[in-house]
Write a protein that binds this ligand. Structure first.
Ligand code: ZN
Length: 493
């Protein structure tokens, strides 16, 4: 191995350790941390983040990177690691250390403020913090914007390379034009399947048992994973031998069941990253959009299929007990595929989902590009919900305060959800040409599907961009038309 690269690896190892510690704190603060820990722990996270930034922007490391670039004999993987490392260094270097730490501490406390505001249905409790976050994000983006580059494009770039407003505006416009008429038609037809058996007061124990069973059935390896509980389900990965997912239990059993399938999709991705990439700058999923494509593929594309449930429905129903045990698989499938424009993004059906995302995308553009003060957001939010989905929130908790993302400083993240669904549709329509997906599901052979995804997507980590993966897998560039085709096929039937 190249000697200089070996030196660089020492830095990478230290950076990975600091990052893993930060991530573990973040996991902890949403699952087990006691309420009073907040402020002191925020200080620890701030310190860890500062050390990380210091390490990554160390002039010695930079000299090594520059030297290594001139040398020969690097493998393709090493070259990829070097390139990503350079990108990360550039990003971290652009932010003055004092500001970086202050921002990290602000974020560490912001989630609690958001939680309280949400619990009290009062956006004004969160607004000053949100404005502070927005101002930081804009300043940070301005530090690394290329000449003439829009600030929101800089933020979008963090989550999905090559998908900027110029691509996303027409993408969302197409979806809106295609989907709104289908939704209106379905609402008019007023097909309301019975869903009462989903909220029949099942015990928490049965929900927990079912969650674990389903996660394992889908492909979660509890030797390398954990299932926890948090207000907002999420996946955390330390490395490819420790990937943690959470779920939340509500009075409707489909919430947890499909959250678990979704998060397991994320976990399978991270667990499938190659050993030589884990704990390097390339050691996680290619992009947020590609990640969402995998979780949504499991949750929606296959997870809501009759074929998926055929081998296990009876066992799952037995875990929950009556009345589910008396409900046919057909009725269950109809219930979990109902189309119903609603207020909550995470409960949205596949058809209306992208419109929830579009509303957030448009609001972010307003905050970042048009300097709309955050205090005006609730009214704009409510108006857009009425316009796009025909429903209007009555309380902030079911409106503007429902998502955790902005309190974590995640701007430009939401579009990944819609892109992920579109990636998943394109990959699925291609997969169907190479294997009988439905038959595999009926036979419970999920491992064959997992192996296909690992081989073609997961193993590469960030070695390839999402766009490159789509091209390599399907032989075509990304085409949102496949998403519309997939939704039409499913819902116009
Ligand atoms: Zn997700």
């Amino acid at each position: 191995m190249n000697k200089t690269f070996k030196e660089i690896e020492k830095h990478i190892e230290r950076a990975a350790a600091l990052q893993a510690a930060t991530i573990l704190f973040e996991w902890d603060s949403e699952t087990l941390e006691p309420p009073a820990a907040g402020e002191l722990t925020a200080g620890l996270i701030g310190s860890l983040s500062a050390q990380y930034q210091e390490l990554m922007t160390d002039p010695g490391l930079q000299a090594l990177v520059e030297q290594c670039e001139k040398e020969k004999g690097l493998t393709e993987t090493e070259e990829g690691i070097l390139k990503e490392l350079k990108r990360q260094i550039k990003e971290l270097k652009s932010i003055p250390p004092k500001e970086y730490r202050a921002y990290k501490e602000l974020i560490a406390g912001a989630v609690r403020i958001w939680e309280r505001a949400r619990a009290e249905n009062d956006f004004s409790l969160f607004a000053p913090t949100l404005q502070e976050i927005v101002d930081y994000k804009k300043r940070f983006a301005s530090y690394r914007a290329e000449k003439g580059q829009k600030l929101y494009d800089v933020m979008l770039d963090e989550f999905e390379k090559d998908f900027h407003m110029a691509q996303l505006d027409p993408f969302f416009e197409t979806l809106k034009q295609e989907l709104v008429p289908i939704i209106k038609k379905l609402v008019k037809e007023n097909r309301k399947p019975d869903t009462s058996f989903l909220t029949a007061g099942y015990s928490l124990e049965s929900q927990e048992q079912a969650a674990k069973f389903i996660a394992e059935y889908v492909g979660m390896d509890f030797n390398k994973g954990v299932l926890g509980v948090s207000a907002h389900p999420f996946t955390t990965n330390l490395h490819n031998k420790d990937v943690r997912i959470t779920t939340h239990y509500t009075d409707s059993i489909d919430t947890s069941v499909f959250s678990v399938i979704h998060e397991t999709g994320h976990a399978i991705y991270e667990l499938g990253v190659r050993d030589d990439l884990t704990l390097t700058p390339l050691g996680s999923g290619a992009s947020m959009g590609m990640h969402e494509s995998q979780s949504r593929f499991y949750e929606n594309v296959i997870g809501r299929c009759e074929a998926f449930w055929e081998p296990v429905y009876e066992r799952v129903a037995a875990i929950f007990g009556p009345p589910l045990t008396d409900i046919s698989l057909d009725s269950f499938i109809k219930a979990v595929n109902r189309v119903e424009p609603g207020l909550i993004r995470t409960n949205a059906d596949e058809l209306t989902y992208a419109l929830h995302v579009q509303i957030r995308y448009e609001l972010e553009k307003m905050m970042i590009e048009e300097d709309v003060p955050v205090t005006e957001l609730p009214e704009i939010w409510n108006r857009k919900y009425e316009e796009y989905l025909g429903v209007r929130p009555e309380r902030d908790g079911e409106g503007i305060l429902q998502d955790i993302h902005w309190s974590q400083g995640l701007f430009g993240y939401f579009p990944s959800y819609a892109l992920g669904s579109a990636f998943a549709a394109q990959i699925y329509l291609h997969m169907k040409k190479t294997m009988d997906v439905e038959q595999l599901l009926r036979e419970g052979k999920l491992s064959v599907i997992q192996e296909y995804l690992r081989e073609n997507i997961h193993q590469f980590g960030r070695l390839k961009t999402a766009r490159q993966i789509i091209k390599d897998v399907t032989g075509e560039d990304f085409k949102p038309e496949y998403y519309v085709e997939y939704l039409r096929e499913k819902y116009e039937k």
